[in-house]
Ligand binder design. Structure first.
Ligand code: ATP
Ligand code: MG
Length: 287
């Protein structure tokens, strides 16, 4: 698989701070994947994203973009990127459409602005000043702004944060479409829902260090309990029994139960990504 980024022993300290916000992280991002950087507040997600998008240049360690040192790229690098910041920054005295036109002319490549605004349900409001937009509208504008230059890589920082389920779905569908068209996505979030639905691989970051990199499926298998819970009808009430998943085919008690009673539900002991987040980072997600 082609590597878009190779990050080796990356370190970064904010000038006014003593401790490293990013403390020696290493990971690769492959072409065409949605790579999630997950972690609690203050873990170093946004800092990492700002380094990868060349906003912070005085880092230690090495970053290769398409096999070449990131430091050797000039501003042409931005032609390849779409960046959705954590806190949307728009010109509030301009309309949504004017904002899009302004940012579009900074690039060589252009997507059709009207199509983009329609995709996130902002076309009707295109001529309203952004200061009159709701938070969700600003977030949606933020997202399509990142798509303006038809990027190869999307950097998205908490991009569905604060969106209602319908608008979050619109954004997630657009991210999926982007990926299906061959795009690569670097997503930082603390929303496990996004990870579950979007990410091919996730890295957990805590205190500036990566504590785990895996696919969501691998994590679920690794942290899940190998158990099967059976709910069954017994004398007019629902009873519950728990079995080890290993050797279930020869488990006499299990076989007798399913032959004797009417089974209502069966569930393997999958651990939710929320639980995994807490186990891996030692903190509560979705906060
Ligand atoms: N501009 C800054 N100046 C000084 N320290 C900063 C600055 N921005 C972030 N930090 C510190 O760097 C560390 C990592 O912050 P960062 O913003 O990368 O976290 P995050 O994982 O994105 O958190 P959140 O989920 O809250 O967005 C924190 O300890 C934070 O206090
Ligand atoms: Mg952040």
């Amino acid at each position: 698989m082609e590597k878009v980024f190779e990050v080796k022993n990356l370190q970064f300290t904010y000038r006014k701070n003593q401790i490293k916000a990013v403390n020696g992280i290493s990971f690769d991002v492959y072409k065409g994947e949605v790579f999630g950087l997950l972690g609690p507040s203050g873990a170093g997600k946004s800092t990492t994203q700002k380094i990868l998008t060349k906003l912070f240049k005085d880092y230690q360690g090495e970053i290769l973009y398409l096999g070449k040192d990131l430091k050797t790229y000039n501003n042409d690098y931005y032609e390849d990127l779409g960046v959705g910041f954590e806190l949307p920054v728009h010109f509030s005295k301009l309309t949504g459409l004017e904002n899009m036109k302004f940012f579009s002319q900074l690039y060589k490549n252009h997507r059709d602005i009207e199509t983009l605004l329609k995709a996130v349900g902002l076309y009707e409001d295109r001529n309203r000043m952004v200061s009159d937009y709701s938070k969700g509208m600003k977030m949606r504008l933020n997202f399509v702004r990142a798509m303006l230059n038809d990027p190869k890589i999307l950097f998205l920082d908490e991009v569905t944060n604060g969106l209602d389920p319908k608008n979050a779905r619109i954004i997630k569908d657009l991210i999926r479409q982007f990926k299906e068209a061959g795009g690569t996505v670097f997503l930082s979030t603390h929303l496990m829902n996004d990870v579950e639905e979007l990410c091919d691989r996730v890295a957990f970051i805590r205190g500036g260090e990566i504590v785990e990199i895996a696919t969501p499926r691998e994590l679920k298998i690794r942290f899940g309990k190998r158990e099967l819970k059976v709910e069954y009808f017994n004398n007019g009430t629902t009873s519950e029994a728990l079995f080890e998943l290993d050797g279930i085919g020869e488990n006499k008690a299990f076989l007798e139960l399913i032959n004797t009673y009417e089974v209502e539900t069966m569930h393997s002991g999958e651990t939710s990504l929320d639980d995994i987040f807490i186990k891996v980072t030692g903190e509560v997600g979705n906060v």
